[in-house]
Design a protein around this ligand. Structure first.
Ligand code: PRX
Length: 659
């Protein structure tokens, strides 16, 4: 463990944070839940059983709430049958809500589409029939490599409807990364698009699928292609099929049957501490229950009047839980936006908020810090008075960004009381929000996610697994199983046990450092393992190091996540070149290596800096001292280097850096 130790100094500063923002009396009075929910959730099993029955429509009721007899392999709502798509769609139409808008789609070029629950239901039924006609059956895996367009939601729900397991791969991942995920899940079908738009220009996706499938040995039978930007694309007859043709030919009638509560719903790959991404497996009943519940209590969703917008990409867990599943299960009206925040201008997000009267906005600290940098005068040009709740996710939010979010976004439009902020801590693995204030109940503190949501048992423990007293820090753990927990790592149950359940006996180890303040509120302090968090995206140091050493010039590489004022952390790589490396004249080795990482993993993994160094700092036993590299990458004096085999290495690196 741990080149990134829990940062005590930063925490001491946070602890001096004394601002408290209690909910306004009006907000509290109208809130979906009140203080008494914490007491109601004390009998955890009964509480979750109640949530499952009130939030979802089951085609067969469950017999047992939790089977933990084979821990850490959990079964929730045992014996129950439920269909995710029926819950997200058909039942709303049956309840007379077919005309309610499900999705306001805003394309980057400015094209829009308004999709009602009735429309979306029909599209999903057609897609379900189309996928079945291609031989996709219950349990088969479908890889989804799509931009932020409604077809992504349609595809995921169509898979869920027929019991196929979707594996969404973020469009920013490379062909190689896509292929390894297709292979690991043995996907039968790929759903993709010709491309999308990025900063006003068409950008492509289908060529990456063609590259990924170029070498034989994969399990893919068909590729369904959505036409989004009309670019010329290569076409493999027999394998490639047009989305529109398929759906037009498919029947709009399809009956959803209930799937077992523990039926796999999706696999989502995420970075761990080793080079190989982990396929996090989520199943149906528990996942849907906790996502729907949290979406209602943490965002205080009023489905009949709110307009909700989560800015995440569908390729990440936030997009799965809080775009595709929870909002639709709860019958919400939501905005879906395809593009970047600065296209065609830096006010695009606020223009969207004004246009659709967004009332609940859920985004990441990186975006907030970026907008802060662009200046408060940009959001000030728009009418943001519709906003009544703000959410944050993905990384720790610093108090300065929190206050800006509150005052400039939440307080805009001359509101007497700015909108409450909910800082939500969770992970791909947890499936749904775990730690967050409740907006009508909790007095919020800038920078702290504060309290486990009702029904969840979170703690901070020391090295030996003992709960730390208030005012102390340690490792974040989850003490009891929870409904939306991952069930395993796809194809690797041992790795599931080792990664999450072996560090502390009987507790889930999240990989995050945390502290409890004097009130017992939780402050998240970042990862304590070799996982970096760049703009809220999880990246593995090992995976990037492997990508670098796969380049013929590179002998050795060490990667660290250095603190960055905008992206939270930035990837900084130190490489030693091979003696025989033949670098063409005029070629910039650092730039070439950055591009190489982009090709191997994807543009999101490109290091901000690649520094060519003569040596890496190593202990006498040969272990790379990443802590010292992090110090220099963050501009600090690396201090004590006496444990190094060659203490002069750090001076050399620091001197090179200054040059
Ligand atoms: O380090 C924590 C950080 O993001 C990690 C999970 O990343 P991922 O699985 O990609 O899911 C991100 C979206 C749910 C965590 O281990 N993290 C997430 N939310 C917060 C956070 N750190 C601090 N505060 C948060 N609110």
């Amino acid at each position: 463990m741990s080149q990134q130790t829990v940062n005590g100094d930063a925490f001491e500063n946070l602890l001096r944070e004394e601002r408290r923002f209690p909910p306004s009396p009006d907000f509290a009075a109208a809130a979906n839940v009140h203080e008494d929910i914490y007491a109601a959730a004390e009998d955890r099993t009964a509480f979750w059983a109640d949530q499952a029955r009130t939030r979802l429509t089951w085609s067969k009721d469950f017999e047992e709430t939790l089977d933990w007899s084979d821990a850490p392999f959990a079964k929730w709502f045992v014996g129950g049958k439920v269909n995710a798509a029926y819950n997200a769609l058909d039942r709303h139409v049956e309840n007379g809500l077919g005309d309610r808008v499900a999705i306001h789609f805003e394309g980057e070029p400015g094209d829009t589409e308004t999709i009602t629950y009735a429309d979306l239901t029909e599209r999903v039924k057609r897609a379900a029939n189309a996928f079945e006609s291609l031989g996709v059956q219950e349990g088969d895996r479908v890889a989804v490599y799509l931009p932020m367009i409604p077809e992504a939601v349609v595809t995921m729900l169509a898979c869920a409807r027929i019991g196929a397991v979707h594996s969404v791969v973020f469009g920013g991942f490379s062909a190689d990364a896509l292929r390894s995920r297709i292979d690991d899940a043995e996907a039968k079908l790929v759903v993709t698009a010709d491309g999308t738009y990025r900063r006003g220009k068409p950008s492509s996706l289908k060529p990456a699928v063609d590259d990924a499938l170029a070498e034989p040995g994969h399990t893919v039978e068909h590729v369904v292609v959505v036409r989004r930007n009309g670019q010329d694309i290569a076409w493999t007859e027999g394998r490639d099929l047009h989305w529109t043709e398929l759906l037009d030919a498919a029947s709009p009638e399809h009956t959803a049957v209930g799937h077992d509560s523990e039926h796999p719903l999706f696999i989502l790959y995420t970075s761990g501490t080793t080079g190989k991404p982990k396929g996090i497996l989520h199943t149906t009943g528990g996942y849907l229950t906790q996502t729907a519940y949290t979406h209602s209590v943490v965002f205080d969703l009023k489905p009949e009047s709110d307009v909700y917008w989560c800015t995440a990409d569908i390729g990440w867990v936030t997009g799965h839980s809080y775009i595709t599943y929870a909002p639709l299960i709860n019958g919400a009206t939501q905005v879906m936006y395809e593009g970047t925040p600065d296209s065609p201008h830096q006010g695009r997000w606020w223009e969207i908020v004004e246009k659709y009267k967004v009332s609940i906005l859920y985004t990441a600290p990186t975006a907030i810090r970026t907008m802060m940098k662009w200046g408060s005068d940009i959001p000030a040009k728009y009418d943001l008075s519709s906003i009544r709740l703000l959410g944050s996710v993905g990384e720790p939010i610093n108090p300065e960004a929190w206050m800006w979010y509150r005052e400039v976004i939440g307080g805009s439009g001359g509101k007497a009381e700015p909108a409450p902020i909910v800082d939500t801590w969770w992970q791909t693995e947890t499936g749904a929000i775990m730690i967050a204030p409740l907006p009508g109940v909790t007095a919020t503190k800038p920078g702290s996610a504060q309290v486990p949501i009702p029904g969840i048992a979170v703690d901070v423990v020391d090295e030996s697994g003992n709960s730390v007293p208030n005012g102390h820090g340690g490792f974040l753990v989850i003490r009891e199983p929870w409904p939306a927990m991952l069930r395993t790592i796809w194809g690797d149950p041992e790795r599931y046990k080792d990664t999450y359940w072996s560090r502390f006996d009987g507790m889930y180890f999240a990989g995050d450092g945390a502290k409890k303040d004097d009130d017992g509120d939780i402050w998240l302090l970042g990862r304590v393992d070799d996982v970096m968090n760049v703009s809220g995206h999880r990246l593995s140091t090992t995976e990037i190091e492997s990508a670098l050493v796969s380049h013929e010039w590179v002998a050795e590489a060490a990667v660290v996540g250095a603190a960055d004022p905008t992206t939270g952390q930035a990837v900084v790589a130190f490489v030693i070149l091979r003696g025989e490396a033949e670098i063409p004249d005029g070629e910039d080795a650092s730039a070439a290596l950055r591009a190489h990482v982009g090709k191997e993993i994807g543009p999101i993994a490109k290091p901000k800096h690649v520094l060519v160094v003569p040596e890496l700092p190593k202990t006498r036993s040969g272990k790379i001292m990443r802590r010292l590299l992090k110090d220099v990458a963050e501009g600090r004096d690396p201090g004590d280097a006496t444990t190094l085999a060659d203490p002069s290495v750090m001076q050399q690196i620091a001197a090179d850096l200054r040059k």
